[in-house]
Unconditional design. Structure first.
Length: 375
């Protein structure tokens, strides 16, 4: 097994991820028979990132097709890439917290920083720490967002949800929804317990997070997939959801659903997505061009404005182009250059990176989450 060099991914959680990857394969548009086709860029990614809105210009400019294999969750991404022969994928879009596992397993190529417009990025993101190892670059940030507390604006006023304490209030009983992934939910509960950073905690603090999490079970309305999160907020099944953000509530709000997201006083999490070149690809040049395209001002504007999944982008040049060409979108996305914007929470040090646990194993945290669900 190629994954044996990754110490923090337990065999049990790896096998679970592999089973999920197998189930997903039946519905994927990726086909191994086209992996070596020089006019096909094989893309391993979260769903939706080969939408024509995002990639059609690149396909036309480079006379190629994007073929996507979709995954849901970082463990599944690792399982897919591990089980696929070298050369199966050319680029991978990964959450930043999984970059060190991709690097340690030798799944991704070192990148030349000079090949990419990193000087266009906000200074805070030009050398994003989760993408560099031994002062070498392995991933280019494409987009990011913040996770905090999402809420129904007809039920709650902003001041009522200014702290994660709102989750335990009598008013929230049976109305707290959870995105069914341990990392964002437990990360927010760890922040609510005063842990900064939230994922680098000793055993005593981990036990306290477990106890605090378990005390929320009477409040829970359910544990949801991404699609079910949308519907639960829309139909009122859930009034509060910790660990999600504007990538969900902004789209719902523009469709008339009364929801919003707040970063509570205890802080929030930053999710970050990045593109890397997969080791063994015979199409390094095309893969490099795709990352350059996505990091360009035009590519960044497309990333930010996809209708069903709006995102924050790290490129100042992208922000400038967005303000020039789509000023209303820039305001909605809080990416204006002359007033309050999404960098404010970052600079106020209210945001912690979403990362994998440091002092416990992934399995330890997953087991706590599974036990919480079964209470």
């Amino acid at each position: 097994m190629r994954m044996s060099s990754i110490p923090d991914l337990s065999r049990r959680s790896f096998l679970k991820a592999g089973a999920a990857a197998t189930a997903l394969a039946a519905t994927s548009r990726w086909s191994p028979s086209h992996a070596q086709d020089q006019n096909v860029l094989n893309y391993l990614s979260w769903p939706g990132n080969a939408d024509p809105y995002l990639v059609s210009a690149f396909e036309k400019e480079n006379n190629c097709k994007i073929q996507i294999k979709e995954y849901v969750g970082g463990d599944q991404m690792l399982a897919v890439i591990n089980q696929s022969p070298p050369g199966s994928f050319d680029v991978v879009l990964a959450d930043a917290e999984y970059m060190h596992l991709l690097h340690e397993a030798d799944f991704v190529e070192e990148l030349d920083p000079a090949d990419y417009p990193l000087e266009d990025y906000w200074p805070e993101f030009q050398k994003f720490p989760l993408h560099w190892f031994d002062d070498k670059l392995y991933g280019v940030m494409t987009d990011f967002g913040y996770l905090g507390l999402s809420y129904n604006t007809e039920v709650y006023k902003p001041e009522e949800v200014s702290s994660y304490a709102a989750l335990w209030a009598e008013k929230a009983k049976g109305k707290v929804g959870f995105f069914d992934w341990y990392l964002p939910g437990m990360g927010c509960i760890s922040l609510s317990a005063g842990n900064k950073p939230p994922f680098d905690i000793d055993e005593a603090k981990f036990d306290a997070v477990k106890e605090k999490l378990f005390s929320l079970k009477p409040q829970a309305s359910g544990f949801y997939t991404i699609a079910d999160i949308f519907s639960s907020l829309t139909n009122g099944q859930a009034h509060l959801v910790p660990g999600i953000g504007e990538w969900i509530t902004l789209g719902l709000r523009t469709s008339g659903v009364p929801v919003d997201t707040i970063i509570p006083e205890e802080g929030g999490l930053q999710w970050t997505e990045s593109l890397s070149i997969v080791k063994g690809t015979p199409k390094t040049d095309l893969a490099r061009k795709f990352i350059q395209y996505t990091a360009s001002p035009q590519g960044q504007v497309l990333q930010a404005t996809k209708v069903d999944n709006k995102k924050s982008i790290p490129s100042m040049a992208g922000w400038k182009l967005l303000n020039e060409t789509m000023p209303d979108e820039a305001k909605i996305l809080r990416m204006t250059l002359d007033g309050p914007n999404v960098m404010d929470e970052y600079r106020a040090k209210k945001i912690a990176f979403r990362q994998l646990p440091s002092q416990q194993s992934i399995e330890d945290w997953n087991d706590v989450w599974s036990e919480f669900k079964s209470l």
